[in-house]
Design a protein around this ligand. Structure first.
Ligand code: CDP
Length: 208
């Protein structure tokens, strides 16, 4: 069983995906981390973000079990990840890796921007998780402050809007709700309410 979860930054899709995977006994892959890991490797080597052959080579040798979310969660790496995410050849390489993960029994929850549309178009369940830009910026700001990182609501909101624009306007695999995805707008929901709603969607699909 494959569950595809897509949506914009700070929509809550990461937490939801982790909890759904635990609940249904599935593995979980945050595909954003794969883009972040490649971007981080380019930044460390001081290579230009547009160097696609090197980016593909890094992706080819990527070990999913070695991706450290704490290290990769920085704002700088997120920004770089969304810049390299426009490279078609790189995406193809990462998509293959993500598909292999998804197809390994007993199945998995994958979250990202193009899971329901490109990576796993035949997923048993698809959710598109969203929230207003202001709600997402509030969550991201609180999250950063709780980690001791200096954060300002207005600049976080600006960043999110810029990244949403880049992710939804790119020509290759833009962020988009799949036709058969269920929309979950979490603007007015806390994580527990959103989780219960997602469990309901998955349980309904499993009964079909
Ligand atoms: O956690 P957050 O939503 O801030 O970002 P992320 O999910 O870690 O993704 C970082 C960037 O990677 C996004 O802005 C996208 O440009 C890109 N990405 C993508 O293109 N396709 C995916 N399946 C996942 C991430």
């Amino acid at each position: 069983m494959i569950i595809a979860i897509d949506g914009p930054a700070a929509s809550g899709k990461g937490t939801l995906s982790r909890r759904l995977a635990d609940h249904f006994g599935l593995r979980h892959l945050d595909t954003g981390l794969t883009y972040r890991a490649v971007a981080a490797a380019l930044l460390v080597k001081g290579l230009p973000l547009g160097d696609e052959p090197i980016a593909i080579e890094i992706a080819h040798n990527l070990d999913l079990s070695q991706m450290d979310k704490t290290v990769l969660s920085s704002h700088e790496i997120g920004e770089a990840a969304s810049r390299i995410a426009i490279l078609g050849g790189l995406r193809q390489e990462l998509v293959e890796l993500q598909r292999r993960f998804a197809e390994t029994p007993p199945g998995a929850v994958l979250d990202g921007r193009d899971i329901g549309t490109v990576v796993c178009p035949d997923a048993a369940v698809k959710l598109f998780v969203t929230a207003s830009p202001e709600a997402r910026a509030r969550r991201r700001t609180d999250e950063m402050i709780s980690k001791g990182v200096d954060a300002n609501f207005v600049s976080v909101l600006d960043d999110l809007k810029r990244r949403d624009e880049r992710d939804s306007q790119r020509t290759v695999a833009p962020m988009k709700q799949a036709d058969d995805a269920v929309l979950l707008d979490t603007t007015e929901m806390d994580i527990e309410t959103a989780f219960q709603a997602a469990v309901e969607v998955v349980s309904r699909a499993k009964d079909i």
